[in-house]
Design a binder for this molecule. Structure first.
Ligand code: ZN
Length: 253
């Protein structure tokens, strides 16, 4: 009798352990990252490194980080399985994909966009995105260079672990017109330090207020201009922002 009772108790304990393990392993949130391989090599390099960086983080922080180079996956059916969408240096290719993304964001989805993902000009013809990002591409520096950053806001979860100033690794930096800072819904978190000017040789940024990282407070979104070349992950300081940005995007609004 005692033996049977002991067996039952052991089984119950085992069951409890399995249940708590399953609970512990339930992912905190699910991310789908989009990238492309048929774009500028420097943009592909970043995307590859970013996927490695975030896959490692996903294992540590127990969230799902799926990747796809099929932009057709930007559809309602697929997106309903995810809480966060990341664009690693690309953007939707057609109206169907654009509409699915709009719906995802309007319904409280999270988004991180890097570098050329924010690119839009007069040929883009996507007014929703211009309002969402709060900016249109204006100019850039060339060749890519490291640059001093001013951290405007340390209260946002994405920039909380950044110092007031730091040097960002080599990147191509974009200027914007309209300036996102002029948009009442935009909160600028990081800005290019004017002491960098003149920045570039072939293409030179000589002046101006250039936000680098910002969020549109109407959405769970964060845009980071970093993402050109294979040096972006060389800064342990900046990597904190890359980490914290995704963890923030994965928390409920
Ligand atoms: Zn670039």
């Amino acid at each position: 009798m005692k033996k049977i009772l002991l067996k039952i108790a052991l089984c119950a304990l085992l069951l409890l352990a399995i249940c708590s393990m399953a609970r512990a392993q339930a992912p905190a949130f699910r991310v789908l990252a989009f990238y492309s391989t048929d774009v500028e090599t420097d943009h592909v390099d970043f995307a590859m490194q970013a996927m490695k960086f975030y896959s490692k983080l996903a294992a540590e922080k127990h969230f799902v980080f799926d990747t796809t180079s099929n932009w057709g996956d930007l559809n309602d059916g697929k997106l309903k399985n995810y809480q966060v969408v990341v664009w690693l240096n690309e953007f939707p290719h057609n109206q169907v994909q654009r509409t699915a993304f709009e719906k995802f964001m309007e319904n409280g989805g999270g988004w991180l966009g890097f570098h050329v993902s924010g690119y839009n000009d007069k040929t883009t013809k996507w007014p929703w995105f211009v309002a969402f990002l709060g900016a249109t591409f204006y100019d850039n520096n060339w060749p890519p260079l490291p640059a001093k950053m001013i951290v405007d806001d340390n209260t946002h979860p994405a920039t909380m672990r950044l110092p007031k100033a730091y040097v960002a690794p080599i990147c191509e930096w974009y200027g914007w017109k309209p300036n996102p800072r002029d948009n009442k819904d935009i909160k600028v978190l990081v800005t290019l330090d004017p002491s960098n000017y003149p920045l570039g040789k072939k293409d030179v940024i000589r002046s101006g207020d250039i936000p680098v990282v910002w969020t549109n407070t109407k959405y769970k979104m964060l845009y980071m201009n970093m993402g050109h070349g294979d040096k972006n992950f060389d800064s342990d300081i900046q990597n904190r922002m890359f980490e914290d940005a995704l963890m923030w995007a994965g928390t409920k609004k």
